[in-house]
Design a protein around this ligand. Structure first.
Ligand code: NAD
Ligand code: UDX
Length: 453
């Protein structure tokens, strides 16, 4: 039995390794992290990450061939293959602050692997990293004349939160990049062998390490670009009376464009899109490609614009005075089916409304504890598990996250308990606007005409 170690038990490390353990009974999979609380949670029924279907997979494998531990060095000593799944956040200090990736956690991990290895190891770079990182990691691993050989391969992760189990179970592709020599190719094949337990051969793409690293940043940039593109059109729709959903339908029917990722909304959130585009922008600037950098930076600027635009719309609907008015926020997670609030558009929007001295009540089925952390120090914010209770005496409701349960609320009951005139902003276009209007709401969809009583 071969030993797989994963360093980093976060949103990627935990679900990815649970899937590998479930599909590969011939491997022992250990996931380690320096965060003891997280590891304890992985060993309980209250996992640190909410993902539909994840608990079932973890429970089926845990303590059979899936283990969670804080013993990083012991894990390294026993490992044949190590996945590096540590965080690579945007740098907040020094050169490249606000843009470049902070690779300190990757580097620490590489040094620890070099020091504690007890055999030759394949090091799999799963964290999202700038192009050439595999070379740097390779240099760190081979410095100081180590006893063992290390081969670094790039294997970026494409799962989306909320659908992680589905995505891992049936990936569009698995991408593996390595050095184009004998040992590089052998390591790529060794990793491909693991995925081949459940992914068909034609979906396993083998390439060189640098292209693999850059494919990940490029994929996220292209996806985020589509969101910003449709959001830009939503602004034009509101100005002209066209309907952004009709436009998305019409253009999505063109097989060259495709129907996915054309949903206008409050802007992309999540830990990846903004960070990875800014990282791409920084890379372009570092190589003197200013025009290319400016092109991609516009995707992030459009995302900020969309959030600011929603706040302006809310203010205008409230006669530009929201001080002292109660605002019900439905959903704080950056998308449905996750408790993750990193870069959620709701953060920016709530902060701006709080600055205007609105009284804000936030509801979310899974993200309340993370919301509290995001909004530390922000005044006039409270939280509720119960949307009906939270709606009492509110002047307006803003649906921020497309949770299934918010589509089925009793909006008549909510309207009755709100102040008149009651307004509802559906930033995801998931509610029945006609119905809400008929109940008596002023309805503000996104990228289409408002329905005002
Ligand atoms: P995360 O912050 O949820 O998890 C990272 C974990 O690594 C943390 O628990 C942290 O304690 C641990 N860690 C850091 N340094 C360590 C060390 N030296 N030893 C042991 N543990 C250490 O991050 P995440 O969302 O899982 O993302 C991880 C990587 O995967 C990032 O590069 C991210 O860009 C990429 N990625 C994320 C997603 C996603 O949906 N979240 C999808 C694809 C790729
Ligand atoms: C993304 C990538 O999709 C995934 O491949 C990568 O591995 C990690 O980053 P994630 O951020 O988890 O995944 O979710 P995703 O479904 O991509 O949504 C990102 C953001 O874009 C969310 O805030 C979502 O609400 C928004 N979005 C997405 C839209 O506003 N409209 C759309 O049509 C699609």
């Amino acid at each position: 039995m071969k030993n797989i170690l994963c360093i980093g038990a976060g949103y990627v490390g935990g679900p990815t390794m649970a899937m590998i353990a479930s599909k590969c009974p011939d491997y022992k999979v250990t996931v380690v992290d320096i965060n003891e609380e997280r590891i304890d949670a992985w060993n309980s029924d209250d996992l640190p990450v909410y993902e539909p279907g994840l608990l079932e997979v973890v429970k089926a494998q845990r303590d059979k061939n899936l283990f969670f531990s804080t013993e990083v060095f012991k894990g390294i000593e026993e490992a044949d293959i190590i996945f590096v799944c540590v965080n690579t956040p945007t740098k907040t200090f020094g050169k490249g602050a606000g843009r470049a990736a902070n690779l300190q956690y990757c580097e620490i991990t590489a040094r620890q692997i070099r020091e504690h290895a007890k055999r030759d190891i394949i090091v799999v770079e799963k964290s999202t990293v700038p192009v050439h990182t595999s070379k740097v990691i390779g240099q760190i691993l081979s410095s100081g004349d180590p006893k063992y050989k290390f081969e670094v391969v790039s294997n970026p992760e494409f799962l989306a939160e909320g659908t992680a189990i589905k995505d891992l179970n049936n990936p569009d592709r698995v991408l593996i990049g390595g050095r184009p020599n004998g040992t590089g190719k052998a390591a790529v094949d060794e990793l491909a062998k693991i995925y081949a337990h459940w992914v068909s051969e034609e979906r396993i793409i083998k390439t060189d390490g640098w292209s693999s690293e850059m494919s990940k940043l490029t994929a996220n940039a292209f996806l985020a670009q589509r969101v910003s593109s449709i959001n830009s059109i939503s602004a034009l729709c509101e100005a002209t009376g066209a309907d952004v959903e009709n436009i998305a339908n019409a253009i999505g029917a063109d097989s060259r464009i495709g129907a996915k990722f054309l949903k206008a909304g409050p802007g992309f959130g999540g830990s990846c899109f903004k960070k990875d585009i800014l990282n791409l922008v920084y890379l372009c600037e570092s190589f003197g490609l200013q025009e290319v950098a400016d092109y991609w930076e516009q995707v992030v600027k459009m995302n900020d614009y969309q959030q600011n635009r929603i706040v302006s719309k809310i203010m205008k609907s409230q006669f530009n005075t929201i001080a002292g008015k109660k605002v019900l926020i439905l959903g704080f997670a950056f998308k449905a089916d996750t408790g993750d609030t990193r870069e959620s558009p709701a953060i920016n929007i709530v902060k701006q409304l709080a600055d205007e001295q609105a009284e804000i009540v936030i509801c979310d089925p899974k993200a309340i504890s993370n919301a509290k952390l995001e909004l530390i120090g922000v005044e006039n914010v409270s939280y509720s598990e119960d949307p009906y209770d939270a709606a009492k005496n509110a002047h307006l409701a803003v649906l921020m996250t497309e949770w299934q349960e918010y589509k089925g609320l009793d909006y008549q009951k909510i309207l009755t308990s709100m102040e008149a005139p009651a307004s509802i902003f559906d930033t995801r276009n998931v509610l029945d606007h006609e119905d809400l209007f008929n109940l008596g709401f002023n309805v503000y969809p996104l990228g289409k005409k408002p329905l005002i009583q």
